[in-house]
Design a protein around this ligand. Structure first.
Ligand code: MF3
Ligand code: CO
Ligand code: CO
Length: 287
């Protein structure tokens, strides 16, 4: 799918889809706990998406270029699983870290986001990985503005990750999003400032860094989807859908249950004297 530029009406619909995707994660949050299976989360997500949100699960039967159709409504990636984990009947156990990635279609438009969840008592290293990956996502988001090169977004994420001893997965990336699930351009989570395409106002993209506690190499497990770290080290991922604006960005996948923004984001906003309603639209003006 090519790059698409969204007009005012399109953006209004992307805002709704994005908020609902985030609300689906809010709904699932209390269920991501000890003893629950990821299949139970999948069924809860499917029912909530259709019956309450009046939307459609984008992952279900999704089959990009000849790939085996994805069999479930959400992705659940546990511990050393990097992304695209297929829900199953294994109960979540004490100390697990879980990424839940949801994408829904509302009124023809996609919203795509994911969060990390910690089950019971999690190791200090796992907690640190989850928190730093969340901050890395926001380091990327804060770069977003019309005219900024995509390499600058990747660079911000990569330098932050590496400074904290984490590695960046290269085989999977963020993407344009709109009427289609995956549109151009690819949003790499590593790179060099001032390289690659320039962001333009009206683009909607996802940023979804996957950071590993160990080496960056990954492999597919053989089920056609699930990606794991080669060295079996822990991996974390967070994702938002973001609108590019002339002055910065607007995060579309926020809702009442979104985790608080990192202090470096809110401090920046304060410094510029802004009073943005961060729980509906995080907007950021960067000059
Ligand atoms: N939600 C994932 C993303 O962020 C894509 C999952 S594809 C699926 O791009 F088929 F596995 F759902
Ligand atoms: Co995505
Ligand atoms: Co996603």
């Amino acid at each position: 799918m090519p790059i698409t530029y969204k007009n005012t009406d399109d953006i209004a619909k992307m805002r709704v889809a994005g908020r609902l995707a985030s609300e689906l994660l809010d709904y699932l949050t209390p269920f991501v706990k000890l003893g629950m299976t990821t299949n139970q989360l999948d069924r809860l997500a499917e029912e909530h998406t259709t019956r309450v949100l009046g939307a459609v699960s984008a992952p279900l039967h999704y089959s990009p270029k000849g790939q085996y159709p994805y069999p479930k409504s959400i992705c659940t990636s546990v511990n050393h699983q990097v992304c695209h984990g297929i829900p199953n009947d294994k109960p979540l156990k004490n100390g697990d870290i879980v990424n839940v990635d949801v994408t829904l279609i509302k009124d023809g438009w996609h919203g795509d986001c994911s969060r990390m969840f910690m089950v019971g008592h999690v190791s200090v290293a796992a907690k640190r990985l989850c928190h730093l990956t969340y901050e890395a996502l926001w380091k990327g988001i804060m770069q977003v503005k019309e005219g900024v090169h995509l390499g600058s977004v990747g660079f911000a994420i990569q330098t932050f990750a590496q400074r904290h001893g984490l590695s960046v997965v290269r085989e999977y990336c963020g993407h344009g999003i709109g009427r289609a699930f995956h549109e151009e351009p690819q949003i790499l989570h590593y790179g060099q400032p001032g390289t690659l395409e320039k962001l333009e106002s009206g683009m909607t993209i996802t940023i979804e860094p996957m950071l590993n506690a160990g080496r960056r190499e990954v492999r597919e497990v053989g089920d056609g989807w699930t990606i794991v770290t080669k060295d079996r080290s822990l991996s974390a991922q967070w994702e938002h859908t973001v609108l590019v604006t002339p002055t910065g960005y607007e995060v579309l996948t926020l809702s009442a249950g979104s985790p608080p923004l990192p202090a470096f984001v809110t401090d920046f906003a304060k410094e510029y004297g802004q009073q943005h309603p961060f729980h509906t639209h995080a907007q950021h003006i960067s000059s």
